[in-house]
Each structure stands twice: as structure tokens, then as C-alpha cells.
Write a protein that binds this ligand. Sequence first.
Ligand code: SF4
Length: 277
Amino acid sequence: MVMPTTFSQWSELPGRHIVSLSGGKDSTALAIYLRDHIPQLEYVFCDTHKELKETYEYLDRLEAYLQRPIIRLNPDRGFDHWLTMYNGMLPSGQVRWCTRKLKIEPFEAYVGNDKVWSYIGIRGDENRSGYISTKSNIQALYPFKDHGLGLRDVERILAESGLGMPTYYEWRQRSGCYFCFFQRTGEWVGLKDRHPDLYEESKKYETENGGERFTWRQRESLVELEQPERLAQVRADHIKRLEEERRRRPGITLYELNKVVFDEEDDDPGCNICALH
Ligand code: SF4
């Protein structure tokens, strides 16, 4: 099948048209990019109930800009409900029940058996795959890839709309739960600095029962990470890397700078389902 690649072709496709919002820059820019071309678009956000307040505020501002409702899925069953169902076992990179229960299944239930065109915010300058449903009635479309739009275009779309980039990019690379186990060391320290209350909340999820230990990070618990000597070491390393990168790439934006430095710290690519959903 030759896939459609223009606004007019997309808008004429029979079926429902959906943008899944993550609260991040790419899906937000995509919603803005498509708004005036695909009038039948539905905007959906799978709420884990554990996002940063910046994310909820950003979505509210986007909703005002779009002048269309953003449908929030999971109104009753957020992360804590599913944690109880999984007997307190924290999700991890190996057992990632959270994306299935909080992102994939609610989205597929919302869609049902309808024919759906799902617009994905992967950019033309990226080489990654997003969540592609295995359901045959859901077909993915990639407008930014099809139109060759990259990071600079996303930044421009957001700036022109007045929304700008989400503010958490100053210290964090991805949208998603404040305690996401995909966070890098520097991002956890960023959480502690920017949202000490949420760092404390994250700590409460970590448990040690006999030989069983559930922590967000494999290598150390959040209590271990917040020890003064460890924090000082992380901060000093982070600042050193930021300065080196700034010298190496004059003119680099704060988002790109943080991305390079966090990627150096830890090359785990993170969760493309949450980042794109
Ligand atoms: S953001 Fe992280 S913790 Fe939250 S649902 Fe996604 S992968 Fe799980």
C-alpha cells in the first residue's frame, strides 16, 4: 500500500484520526502542525496520574490553543491502581507493565475496532521507532518524517504557537511519570532539586522486604543517591560535562545540551511508548 503523505490525502482518509499526546515537545508540535489541516482530529492523552504538574499545565495550554478537547484516558485507574494489582512490584525496563496498562491498553480500548489513523511525532532527524499497534485497525502515519521536519522545526512550531518548549526540558529529557525508572542519574537529581516533594514521594515506592528489594534504579536506591557525597559527585560531573559540551558546540540550545550530557551519562534510549504517546 502506498501511504498518503500530504495534508489533503490524510484528511480524506476514511476512519478516525488521532494524535496521542505525551505532554512532550514532538507530539505537541504535531498536534499544532495538523490542527488546521485535519479538522476531524481527536487529541488523546493517557494519564498515568503521576505526571509532573508542568506537564498537566502544558496540556491545558495546548487545549486552549487547539480549541478542541484533549481526551484524558484512565480517569479512575492510574499508576497506583495497577501497582496494587501487581502486588507492589515496581515496573522496570525488563518488566514494563506500566506502559501496557497505562498507555497501550487504554488507547486500544478507546479506539475499539474502529479504523484509526494514528499520527506519530517521530521527526525526520530521528532514527527511532515508536509504539506501533499490533491491531490491524490502527495504522500509523508520520507527518514529520514525511515532510522532513526536524528538531529546529519542532522548536519553531512551538515558539510560533506561543507554547514554547515544556519547561521541564531545563532539567529532564522526557515527559512521563515523575518517578520513571528510565530517568538518568542527573534527571533524578533534577527532580530532587526542582520537586523535592516528588522525590520524597518516589522514595516511598521503594521497599525492602527480607531479600527482596524494589527500587526505581538498579544500581542504587533513591536514599543512597541523595547522600551528600553522592549528590555532590553527580552535580560536579554534570556541570563539568555541560561546560565541556558548551565549549565544544557554541550555539547549542539548552535542550540539545542536556540531551548530549544525559546521553553520555547513560545511553538507555528510554521508553518510546510513553515519550510518543
Ligand atoms: S513514564 Fe516511565 S514509569 Fe511512567 S508509564 Fe512510562 S515507562 Fe512507566
